[in-house]
Design a protein around this ligand. Structure first.
Ligand SMILES: Nc1nc2c(ncn2[C@@H]2O[C@H](COP(=O)(O)OP(=O)(O)OP(=O)(O)O)[C@@H](O)[C@H]2O)c(=O)[nH]1
Ligand SMILES: [Mg+2]
Length: 490
């Protein structure tokens, strides 16, 4: 838990390196500390295995004019020391999960990651988790694509690749971790209001009590406080106090870049998760192109990014204010929109700003229609169409109720993993007000023509509609099927 140290006027953050036994947590922190020019303290080890923690203090970068003091900690990975591990993880502002990406260690890692996510997602705001896929130099490493798939099936996660023994990727992972921790601090004043986390001395005292066989502990209280030093490293938070960029004439035809995960804090919504998703998008190599309507867009690899014609702002603050308004709209529509969405007020040259939205592509109802083939039984076709009718109807009711500006149709509506209807498309830009919206016969408009064609091709379909379980409801569509049957077959 972050805290302000009033005596020194610094913001203290805790970056916890978690992960299964032997994954490379200690190696990572030792390499990192070496690069940052700070010392690591390790109270006790048993044949190279961490028994309590490794601890390094690093001061660098600024947040709201305060220096940032990072407490960089590893946990002991061994199962038997789980209680000690939890005690440390629960004090984290961000967790860097060091994953052992060798094939024989991978499954256990995923299990541990699931446990961690259960905790981190319960926190408000969620505690960011970066997956540091380590040992990428090992010949038996799992392919990056498999790591990505298995991790993203759990939750939004930023994934980096490292070789802790030679330091590749270690510093970048740390910087991303610090940014996520700062996002969390910024998003919730309460984070700073909570009681401060236990200090090193208190921790080791309590941890010792959790492991009877391990009493001999170094006296860490006698150790000197870490000294502040000139920050030699371009640190994550430094950008926040960077001088404004040189003015440059605005060129509306200059192709903008998709915002990257280094975007300063406060310009990404939602906090923490937004940066994690941006990190994912940054690995996909999407290309920005001008769309027919003049907007900038990039599509591919399961994502859509868009910045509309009206989204270029003269000042970074203008873009930020518009983003906040847009974020409020998104929050109001929570539950109606597909989950993985990011809004960014991206800084542009000349002190300007540009609004972007990024949406993970989910299948729309239209996509699931293509699963129906000539060999699909009539009963399955009927049930599928009735299910779609219900989904459309619920989506339209909610859209009217909550003045959604996006249309309800087979391309914009899908179902979330819990089976609820959600709008999967891009959200209309801020400033667009919803027209007075009346409930329309969206089922008739969207599915009527399709049912008409299918009933013609399938003489048994109308009967299958009539037999379909009543829970699927939608008598209007059944009636239509019956009418079309008369039209074509009687
Ligand atoms: N090849 C390779 N070996 C690594 C890498 N990172 C760590 N190792 C080795 O993996 C072993 C375990 O590393 P540690 O850093 O002690 O692992 P740990 O996660 O701290 O382990 P516990 O403290 O027991 O939880 C050591 O032999 C390291 O040298 C890596 O990127 N590549
Ligand atoms: Mg260790």
């Amino acid at each position: 838990m972050a805290r302000i140290d009033d005596d020194r006027g610094v913001l203290v953050l805790r970056v916890v390196y978690d992960g299964p036994p032997f994954s490379g947590k200690t190696t990572t922190v030792r390499t990192l500390a070496d690069r940052l020019g700070v010392a690591v303290e390790t109270p006790e080890e048993e044949r190279g295995r961490t028994l309590f923690y490794d601890w390094a203090d690093y001061v660098g970068g600024l947040y709201d004019g305060r220096q940032i003091h990072c407490e960089i900690i590893t946990v002991p990975g061994q199962r038997e020391l789980a209680a000690r591990r939890e005690m440390l993880v629960e004090t984290a502002d961000v967790v860097i999960f060091v994953l052992d990406s060798r094939a024989d260690a991978f499954d256990e890692c995923i299990g541990r990651l699931q446990e961690l996510l259960r905790w981190s997602r319960e926190q408000s705001p969620p505690v960011g988790v970066v997956v540091q896929a380590n040992k990428r130099d090992d010949p038996k490493r799992v392919p990056a694509e498999v790591i990505r798939e298995r991790c993203l099936a759990i939750a939004p996660l930023a994934i980096t690749e490292t070789v802790a023994t030679d330091g590749a990727g270690v510093r970048e992972t740390f910087v991303l971790g610090v940014r996520l921790a700062l996002d969390r601090v910024r998003a919730s004043k309460d984070v700073l209001g909570k009681p401060p986390p236990p200090t090193r001395e208190v921790l080791i005292e309590s941890m010792s009590q959790l492991g009877a066989a391990l009493e001999r502990v170094h006296d860490v209280s006698a150790e000197a406080e870490p000294t502040d030093f000139e920050d030699p490293v371009p640190h994550g938070a430094e950008r926040e106090s960077a001088p404004p960029v040189e003015a440059e004439p605005y060129d509306p035809d200059r192709v903008p870049v998709i915002p990257d995960p280094d975007t300063p804090g406060g310009l990404i919504w939602p906090p923490v998760d937004g940066r994690i998703l941006l990190h994912e998008v940054s690995t996909l190599g999407l290309e920005v192109q001008r769309a027919r309507d003049g907007s900038w867009a990039a599509t591919g690899a399961g994502w859509r990014a868009r910045s509309g014609l009206e989204s270029a702002y003269e000042t970074a603050d203008g873009a930020r204010n518009a983003m906040l308004e847009w974020a409020r709209r998104h929050s109001l529509l929570k539950g109606m929109l597909s989950r993985d969405r990011v809004l960014v007020a991206a800084p542009e040259p000349g002190g300007r700003g540009r609004l972007w939205q990024l949406v993970r592509t989910l299948p729309a109802l239209r996509d699931s229609l293509s699963e129906l083939g000539p060999e699909t039984p009539d009963s399955v076709v009927a049930e599928k169409l009735l299910g779609m009718a219900r989904t459309l109807e619920l989506a339209e009711e909610a859209a009217v109720d909550r003045s959604l500006t996006m249309p309800t149709n087979l391309w914009t509506v899908g179902v979330d993993p819990a089976g609820r209807p959600v709008h999967v498309g891009l959200m209309s830009e801020p400033g667009i007000t919803a027209p007075e919206r009346k409930l329309t016969d969206v089922v008739g408009i969207e599915l009527g023509p399709i049912v008409r064609v299918l009933v013609r091709q399938r003489p048994g379909l109308a009967a299958a509609f009539a037999r379909a379980p009543a829970v699927l409801g939608h008598d209007a569509l059944r009636d239509r099927a019956r009418d079309y049957h008369r039209e074509w077959h009687e």
